[in-house]
Ligand binder design. Structure first.
Ligand code: DX5
Ligand code: ZN
Length: 214
């Protein structure tokens, strides 16, 4: 499975060093959590901070927009250096239009679903995205416990994507560590977002190697 470290758990005063650390683990991309304090209770950072980080990493920037109106800042996130722009199905954006705009900006569109949203609700958008992110915690905070009852949803999405012969990847985010990564890999996920488990690990590279082997 691919690994996308979530830098929400990093030391932002030393973000450049943290990005170098992530690169040295051999991870596949970097997951950047944007929170607006409206769609989720928490707040993180926006395009100016993303632009500051961009020169310090050549990795793919996978930007997870936990925003009520993600459509309002698409150009800014694109200019700031996002490679994948991921919007929530539950946001107030016009979903199909917003995904098409992300593609027109030359970026990869992705869509995220919260734990209470069903797999079927994302089916109409599968042809429009490069990736579907299944939240395995309620979005908003790092360090929460993995919700095991999300596993059937991952399997259901895997089956539908394969049935349609699409190249859409399934990503999971929330409470992922070496043990839960194994469960989501078995259910059919392709990419593991890992926040606290990676940044709190004494050997982040070993964790990435372990998840790569799944
Ligand atoms: C939570 C964020 C996650 C978070 C994951 O809303 O979307 O990306 O950083 O952190 P862990 O891996 O600690 O659950
Ligand atoms: Zn995230």
């Amino acid at each position: 499975m691919k690994v996308s470290p979530s830098i929400l758990s990093c030391d932002f005063a030393h973000a450049a060093d943290e990005l170098h650390m992530v690169k040295n683990t051999g991870a596949d991309m970097v997951h950047l959590d944007v929170m607006d304090s409206v769609f989720v209770p928490n707040m993180s950072f926006g395009p100016p901070v993303l632009a500051c980080m961009r020169p310090h990493s050549d990795m793919c920037f996978d930007v997870h927009l936990m925003m009520k109106y993600p459509d309002r800042l698409l150009d800014d996130f694109a200019k700031a250096g996002a490679d994948i722009i991921n919007i929530h199905l539950e946001s107030d954006a016009p979903i199909a239009d917003t995904l098409a705009r992300i593609r027109a900006l030359g970026k990869k569109p992705a869509i995220t679903i919260k734990p209470k949203t069903t797999a079927e609700e994302v089916f109409p958008y599968l042809e429009m995205v490069d990736m579907v992110l299944v939240m395995t915690v309620e979005p908003g905070f790092g360090g929460q416990s993995f919700m095991q009852d999300m596993l059937p949803k991952i399997a259901q999405l895997r089956a539908e994507i394969d049935r349609r012969g699409l190249a859409v990847e399934i990503q999971v985010d929330g409470g992922i560590n070496a043990d839960t990564a194994k469960l989501v890999a078995e259910a059919g996920a392709d990419v593991a977002v890992i926040g606290s488990a990676l940044f709190n690990s004494p050997d982040p590279k070993a964790l990435v190697d372990q998840v790569h082997a799944l």
